[in-house]
Design a protein around this ligand. Structure first.
Ligand code: QAP
Ligand code: CO
Length: 175
């Protein structure tokens, strides 16, 4: 399975993802291909909609103290739901689907999330720090929401202007 990253302003990113019903080989192939493209793109989190699949699937691989991403730390979440939220935190977020743009976003500090692993077993995870932020960012993708959708009106306007300029520069450098 060859996957490519869907980039803003592609409307695909607004789609709501559907729950996984079968924990089969096709799901495992998608998960493996998502991991490959995420690592290749220097990402720490990726939702299936970002590679064109409207399925409730996301992966996370938060760097450790040595700034490496061991496979042991890979988390795969199928059909996740946040069941508890507490506290507030701000982090300068980015997204593989919105390349070269970063902005401060408000999130909950701690969350508890219920999900299924690739075999279909029910799991519960209590998260804080960057992992908590990453989970909230990726679950937003499953609902068709990008981090830029959370910006104030003025910051969003600034983003649209800057993003268009950068996209134009990228096109020119390729030509
Ligand atoms: C989501 O984001 C996230 O602009 C994952 O040029 C964001 O992996 C989780 C990336 C913030 C926690 C905190 C972005 C790579 C990667 C770029 C990513 C870029 C290259 C973003
Ligand atoms: Co993202």
């Amino acid at each position: 399975m060859k996957l490519t990253i869907v980039e803003y302003p592609d409307k695909k990113l607004k789609e709501k993802s559907k729950a996984i019903e079968k924990f089969d080989k096709e799901l495992h192939k998608l998960l493996d291909a998502m991991y490959e493209v995420m690592i290749k793109s220097n990402g720490i989190g990726l939702a299936a909609i970002q590679v064109g699949h409207a399925k409730q699937v996301l992966i996370l691989n938060i760097p450790d103290e040595n700034d490496t991403q061991p496979l042991d730390n890979l988390i795969e979440m199928i059909n996740p739901t946040i069941v508890q939220r507490s506290g507030e935190t701000v982090y300068q977020e980015g997204c593989l689907s919105v390349p070269s743009f970063y902005e401060d976003i408000d999130r909950h500090e701690k969350i508890i999330v219920h999900y299924h692993d690739r075999e279909g077993s029910a799991q519960t995870l209590s998260a804080d720090g960057l992992l908590s932020i990453a989970i909230q960012h990726e679950i937003d993708h499953l609902n068709g929401i990008l981090f830029i959708d959370k910006l104030s009106y003025s910051r969003r306007k600034k983003f649209e202007k800057e993003y268009k300029r950068v996209q134009k520069e990228k096109k020119l450098s390729k030509a």
